[in-house]
Design a protein around this ligand. Structure first.
Ligand code: ADP
Length: 169
């Protein structure tokens, strides 16, 4: 059985991520979407919230599992019986970083193969950070994220702004 792992921050998950998930899941028997628990990145959503979003969105896909992980990706992949890492590529900027990550992962574990999937042109300019920035200024993110998490993003933005005003963060 071919198990692939698609790791990322997914803070928040965008329609670009979902396109990669959909396409990657057709290439393997089981796809594990692995949400990185890295508090030093100061995420907008906690890892539990990000896992919950993905589970909600992917609830009707039996071949896709959502997990969180911390530490080395190669260790997580091994622990779930996978040696295939999926990453999305939006262009040359992604490529230099992703290529370096792929080589690093192979140097840590020579069994690991990274599978790059090119972004669909309609999602080429979507990123989690762009979604957060647009939401922060009250812009329209309708075509960038799944409908069911849109309100959660606006709510979180309002909460974060409130905390900043009161000196909370
Ligand atoms: P990370 O912090 O690990 O880069 P992200 O959640 O930003 O996590 O991205 C996870 C993966 O999804 C990366 O391989 C990234 O290049 C890819 N990705 C992000 N946005 C898109 C998009 N719009 N289309 C295709 N791939 C994307």
């Amino acid at each position: 059985m071919h198990i692939a792992v698609y790791p990322g921050s997914f803070d928040p998950v965008t329609n670009g991520h979902l396109d990669i998930i959909e396409r990657a899941s057709k290439l393997c028997d089981k796809l594990i979407v692995a949400v990185l628990d890295n508090p030093s990145k100061m995420p907008m959503f906690t890892v539990e919230e990000r896992v919950k979003h993905l589970e909600l969105i992917l609830k009707d896909k039996p071949d896709i599992e959502v997990r969180s992980f911390s530490g080395l990706l190669v260790d997580f992949a091994k622990s779930v019986g996978s040696n295939i890492v999926v990453r999305g590529l939006r262009g040359v900027t992604d490529f230099s970083y992703e290529f370096q990550m792929a080589l690093t992962n192979r140097s840590l574990d020579s069994d690991i193969e990274t599978l790059f999937i090119s972004a669909d042109t309609q999602y080429l300019f979507f990123s989690s950070s762009q979604v957060k920035e647009i939401a922060l200024f009250g812009g329209n993110i309708d075509n960038m994220v799944p409908r069911i998490i849109k309100d959660e993003i606006y709510k979180k933005v309002v909460k974060t702004q409130g905390m900043q005003k009161s000196g909370g963060i």
